[in-house]
Ligand binder design. Sequence first.
Ligand code: PHE
Ligand code: ZN
Length: 846
Amino acid sequence: MTDTQYLSDWRPYPYEILETRLEFRLDPRATIVRSQIDFRRLAPEDLVLDGAGLKTLSLSIDGQAVSPSLIPQTDGKLIIPAAQLPDSFTLEAEVQIDPEANTALEGLYLSGGMFCTQCEAEGFRHITWYPDRPDVMAPFRVTVHSDQPVLLSNGNPVSSQPGQAVWHDPWPKPAYLFALVAGDLRAISDRFTTMSGRDVALNVWVRPGDEPRAGYAMESLIRSMKWDEEAYGREYDLDVFNIVAVDDFNMGAMENKGLNIFNSKLVLATAETATDGDYERIEGVIGHEYFHNWTGNRITCRDWFQLCLKEGLTVFRDQQFTSDMRSASVKRIHDVQTLRARQFREDAGPLAHPPRPDHYQEINNFYTATVYEKGAEVIGMLKRLVGDEGYRKALDLYFDRHDGQACTIEDWITVFQDATGRDLTQFKRWYTDAGTPRLSLTEEWSDGKLVLNFRQHTAPTPGQPDKPARVIPIALGLIGPNGDEVLPTTVLEMTETAQSFSFDGLGARPVVSLLRGFSAPVTVAREMTADEQALLLAHDTDACARWQAGHDLALDGLIARAQGQEGGAEFIRAIAGLLDDAESDPAFAALCLVLPGEEEIATTMAAAGVTPDPDAINRARTALMLELATAHQTALARLYDAMESKGPYVPDAEGAAHRSLRLACLAYLSRLDGGDRAEALFASATNMTERQGALEQLIAAGRDKDALARFEAEFRQNRLVMDKWFMVQPLRAAAGQAVARARELAARPDFDWKNPNRFRALIAGLTSNHAGFHAADGSGYDFLADWLMKLDPVNPQTTARMCSAFETISRYDAGRQAKARAALQRIAAMPGLSRNTSEMVTRILA
Ligand code: PHE
Ligand code: ZN
């Protein structure tokens, strides 16, 4: 491929835009977009505009037609020579576009009869000719003509009458934040008064009939607005804030200025249709998109290489929000779990890239766990290094200095340096270097002195063979042999490849509670006895390290078993104390009870140089679950009963904690009772959390026929709930049946595969079933490849993103590798393959 973009090629845009005026005449097959863009020259260079799939009806500069020979037929760059342009001018264009044909869901498209847009990253070029790059910012005035009852765009409403609405957004913004919605929508409405007294009208727009399911989204929005004022001093800046739920959406949600557009699964919720996890995600993503108003919109990115400037920071902010709204320790452990499961896996494979990449072919392939989640971890490290006060000072300076600008990671780092006086040259490597450092620890003990010898090593990643040392904040504490904490949390700053730290005057040899709060995104290599791990699990004062100790104990046991040895007995023994005390912190107990997943077992084995056998891993985990269930049957049954819901469902942290412990117990008990409890729970549960939890156990137990039929009969009309039905079957099916089950489901008429939620439900359900997807006969790989090839011409973005299921293939045995590679080669050879998918397949095969 030749169309690689490089960070080093960035040049400032030679024109500024004073105002952008757009006029839409909406029509499903032939929408007319008229644009008037007031340009002013900054440098004597050509004017370059982007366009894709546009039928240009007219194009003029200050009323003078632009020569048709300059206008590309469909895609490409429209270049007007500098010599033909005055210092200031208005470019006027009329183009025709076809929203109904837009199945890629990028630009203006139709979802269930409603017009909506998605412009990040480069969608605006599908709407009209424009400098479609984030560093060109302008105020927008938008007129919409349509017979749809509700017509929305960014900013404040100027006028509205049947068939026409005018919107004005005074805040200069890049085109990727443009949005338009037109449809038969109903709002639930509320108001918010900002800290300086601005009265803001809030609306959550949904399809008629969905209003009763939008309340939680509205409550979450109000909490978000309040939180950003309190935690960051950030206030909302328009008279209205609109959220719209759409059923066809490639991602989770989008922070368009004043008009956030959401995947309906992140808006609509009732106790009967949404799980605790859904509620938590809705609150978190509503917060995320709202927080973008300052970190993303008021201060945006100079170019797409800087994506983590807005995404890493906004994820970090939504994580803080959720920990304030719910339980900080549970949230942290969840975040560590996702980081490990998704980002460490990405960093260890062919798709590894730094949080700030320096080249790409298709930017849509870089909305990744590395940019988002690792980007957030890097900010967490910065905060730990400069302290809470330094962080607050730096953020105040960031908002002060850069409001209204399009910025870089360099700007961000400079703000921290200027606010705190700290040299962050070495720290910057976290942004520019890919890969997860491995931190190893050996200990020396004599005469009350403990010496900790650390080493750091990062394996090469594609294009980056050498990895210099990074600064690693290592938060640790020491736990004495009787369980007392003899050293509270202390942060060591490691800056060298090898570095030692010592602690003197200790009575007896303590156990190191390492990486408290998961203080750096690294893997840890250290020798620990099962007794030491059990000691930490019982006594560590840091929830993250305590959970980690139990988790590692289980992981060691599982890995031993997956290699044909004995293992897990120590974990079963250590968990006894936790079960006795589970009621004091049910959420924590639940987190400790859930065994490491098969994917994580495989990742850990591969990192240690062992070829993972998916079937052996699956058997090891199943067997350990049965053993633990047998050993602790009484305690598990007691807890299962004790955690029964009393009173009405409340989607808060406390209720969710009880339900998560109950379901964790159910997973074990179902191994003993063959699904009796699950069947009873499925029949009696009034909330989706327990309903789905019970259904998953029934599928695992092979006793799912009736339950699936009842579920379907009850929820046939509800797309979002039926997505769950499509997802859990391939996910929880026995490994040997998962592909067959997925095939059956894919043949159903209601497998509406052009809907990204439905496609992902079924396909990701299968690829998340580790042993099922990695079936030795390659059937999982072939099934995935077939469907990716079918979806690619329709929706390249979603297709490309799902190619990452193949990113781990090189860790498996030669037979599986050959089959996976053959499947990928089939995709690569497909005529007309999208640039999105082509880039992903090429990188994975490299
Ligand atoms: N910017 C969105 C978010 O993180 C994600 C997104 C990217 C949505 C690209 C659509 C397209 O909040
Ligand atoms: Zn975001």
